[in-house]
Design a protein around this ligand. Structure first.
Ligand code: NAI
Length: 256
């Protein structure tokens, strides 16, 4: 069954692989990104107006009926924009597209979390995200940046996403409207985001200690795309609020 699916971050890495896989399977894919080849909606998800533009454009292009949404847009470079893109650029787009999703007969949303969600993070920053307070979250991210905890920003955005997902997936707006909302949390994936780290032997060691992947090592973006595609499928009718670790075993090792 051909479905209409929007993919954020579709210009690169996991988003590009997911868009390609879904197109190959016959779906109509609407790519959303800042720029790039094969992008149908150009929008900057780091700002509220950019998110609103993306929501309006996708709603327009689909005629108000959207079967699936995958949120891959994200930043790994430490800084306050990580909060705006990774967390608010996900939750506001999901919320904005909820009416179009609710109009589908089998709506599915798949977020991209991260193994980082279980790593040390800033509890106040997570709480500010969950409270929907972007200005406060940005102040806390700036503070983390200046006091040597810049690595906590990324993990905080992903921890907040996991918690948001569990809260909202079971509400009347999502489960009650038939919208299955879940996430894939990758370990290390070979994309432009990790290319520099992976090619540096010292950083590789740091990463391998932080994210050991005994099952098959680093993943390809296609591997993550297959998992996302299943979460999006009509067959996924009863999973809600789950974060599925596709991480070569890193999460099981960290939480035995
Ligand atoms: P990538 O850097 O290849 O792709 C990210 C995409 O997001 C790019 O196309 C970029 O233009 C887009 N994006 C960034 N800021 C944006 C903005 N303001 N507005 C619109 N689009 C924007 O990265 P990759 O690896 O494909 O990452 C995808 C998702 O997977 C991210 O959320 C990342 O945090 C997550 N992830 C990646 C892992 C990895 O090892 N590569 C591991 C765990 C999670």
């Amino acid at each position: 069954m051909s479905r209409v699916v929007a993919v954020t971050g579709s210009a690169s890495g996991i988003g590009a692989a997911t868009a390609a896989l879904l197109r190959e399977r016959g779906d109509r894919v609407i790519g959303v990104d800042r720029a790039g080849a094969g992008v149908d909606v150009v929008a900057d998800l780091s700002t509220a107006p950019g998110r609103a533009e993306a929501v309006a454009a996708v709603t327009d292009l689909t005629g108000g009926v959207l079967d699936g949404l995958v949120t891959c847009a994200g930043l790994s470079r430490a800084g306050a924009p990580q909060v705006s893109v990774n967390y608010f650029g996900t939750t506001e787009v999901v919320d904005g597209l909820r009416p179009a999703l609710a109009a589908s007969s089998a709506p599915r949303v798949a977020l991209v979390g991260s193994i980082s969600a279980i790593q040390p993070h800033d509890a106040a920053l997570v709480d500010a995200c969950l409270a929907g307070d972007e200005p406060a979250a940005l102040v806390l991210a700036e503070a983390a940046l200046t006091d040597g905890r810049s690595h906590e920003i990324y993990s905080s955005t992903k921890a907040a996403l996991s918690r948001w997902l569990r809260r909202v997936s079971v509400t009347a707006d999502f489960a009650g409207a038939g919208i299955a909302l879940n996430a894939i949390a990758p370990g290390v994936v070979l994309t432009p985001m990790t290319a520099e780290l992976v090619s540096d032997p010292q950083w590789r060691q740091v990463m391998d200690r932080a994210v050991p992947m005994p099952l098959n090592g680093y993943a390809s973006p296609e591997t993550i795309a297959y998992a996302l595609a299943w979460l999006l499928s009509a067959e996924n009718s009863h999973m809600a609020g789950q974060v599925v670790y596709v991480d070569g075993g890193a999460e099981a090792l960290a939480r035995p």
